[in-house]
Write a protein that binds this ligand. Structure first.
Ligand code: NIG
Ligand code: FE
Length: 400
């Protein structure tokens, strides 16, 4: 078989079998050609292979590159001061209603040039990459006006090119109401749907569309207007739903065939059933749960019972989850949400790919991109179990 790169002597975690997909192959081998996988399996069952590059993995664990399917990592400024106020007793919602929160990051982001946004965001992206991430979703939503949203999305695309990581952009114009639209939320939604979204989509800057459906965000009716505008442009949708209260956002997202509904602490049984019927992924964000000291757990058992695929992401953002480790998010999902090791792996590989609408990453399968993480550990559990450390030995994106 013709190929250009072979990884030998690895323990493979293919993510292709069983309920959560966690399949281990010892003495495994992966072969790739032009960045795509052409063989995965036991070395002694492999066809004859000739390659120009042979990588001896020396028994290490080889997995799909990790996928962080929900981040807001491009932004200006920091919210450490707001966090200190929260330590002293203020709540996230109180701070938002007093003009802080997302709007304070909006101010810092509006002031930053595209180059400054790239420079400020680079260390956050590099930290994720050092955790084996090969695909990352990054949302806009701190510009809240056309020019600043465009700058965020352009900075996001530039970061992807610079760092050798697959970046998916999500337009989150309906993230918060900018102060100049105070008391005029419906007019702001018209700006989002009639001006920002069509213009930025025409510039090729948008892969998916998201909104924050919440008491401090947008109503279900306003969210639906955003979804209808996305549908008119044939763009897939996602939703921040049921994070602080139950506005039945997940069911609304499911009606629009959403790729994912995210957060979901307040999700009810009807929402679960709607997601199961539409194949919408439940993206759980344990970093935000931890950092906001949420006590209401997302309904993991209900999602499991209904067969809703569960993804796990960092939600890397300055307000509710200043987290730049997807491995730590996996540990938190296990510890805080009682997810199994297999579920944590599915959550950052194949289910995360589904949450982004990507069919050729997230598992070791012929035809997929050779996006690979090679770890200095022997078992998948080891990576979910530890907190901190630098277990990544090497990372390959599209075979390189
Ligand atoms: O995912 N919920 C809304 N959006 C973010 C928080 C953004 C912020 O506070 O800056 C989230 O939690
Ligand atoms: Fe978020």
């Amino acid at each position: 078989m013709d190929c250009d790169t072979i990884w030998t002597s690895a323990t493979l975690l293919t993510m292709t079998g069983g309920a959560a997909g966690e399949s281990v192959v010892s003495q495994g081998l992966v072969a790739a050609k032009n960045g795509r996988i052409v063989y995965v399996g036991a070395a002694d069952a492999a066809p004859d292979l000739t390659a120009t590059r042979v990588i001896d993995c020396e028994g290490r664990l080889l997995t799909p590159g990790l996928i962080d399917c929900h981040t807001h990592l491009v932004h200006g400024g920091s919210r450490a001061g707001e966090w200190e106020a929260r330590l002293a007793g203020a709540s996230y919602e109180e701070i938002a209603r007093a003009g802080g929160g997302i709007v304070s990051t909006m101010r810092a982001t509006r002031e930053a040039s595209e180059e400054q946004l790239v420079a400020a965001s680079l260390p956050r992206l590099e930290a994720l990459i050092a955790d084996g991430v090969t695909t990352v979703e990054i949302k806009s939503g701190y510009g809240l006006e056309l020019a600043s949203e465009r700058r965020m999305l352009r900075a996001t695309r530039a970061l992807g090119e610079r760092c050798g990581v697959t970046v998916r952009t999500t337009f989150l114009g309906a993230h918060a109401l900018p102060p100049e639209y105070a008391g005029r939320a419906d007019e702001y939604v018209a700006l989002v749907t009639e001006e920002m979204l069509p213009a930025l989509a025409a510039e090729g800057l948008i892969d998916a569309v998201d909104a924050f459906c919440e008491g401090i965000g947008f109503t279900p009716a306003q969210t639906e207007r955003v979804f209808a505008a996305a549908r008119a442009l044939a763009l897939p949708v996602k939703l921040h739903a049921e994070q602080l209260s139950n506005l039945h956002g997940a069911a609304l997202a499911a009606r629009y065939g959403a790729l994912s509904a995210d957060h979901l602490e307040y999700l009810d049984d009807d929402g679960i059933a709607a997601m199961a019927a539409s194949g919408t992924v439940a993206t759980l964000l344990p970093g935000a749960f931890y950092f906001t000291r949420e006590t209401k757990l997302p309904p993991v058992q209900g999602l499991r019972d209904a067969g809703v695929p569960i993804a796990i992401a960092t939600d890397c953002n300055p307000g509710t989850s200043p987290l730049t480790s997807l491995l730590l998010a996996m540990n938190m999902a296990a510890t805080l949400f009682r997810m199994t090791v297999a579920e944590c792996w599915a959550g950052t590989t194949r289910n995360a790919a589904k949450a982004l609408g990507l069919a050729d990453v997230g598992a070791l399968v012929p035809g997929h991109w050779a996006d690979i993480a090679l770890w200095d550990v022997e078992s998948p559990a080891e990576l979910v179990y530890r907190m901190g450390g630098r277990p990544l030995h090497a990372r390959y994106r599209r075979g390189i």
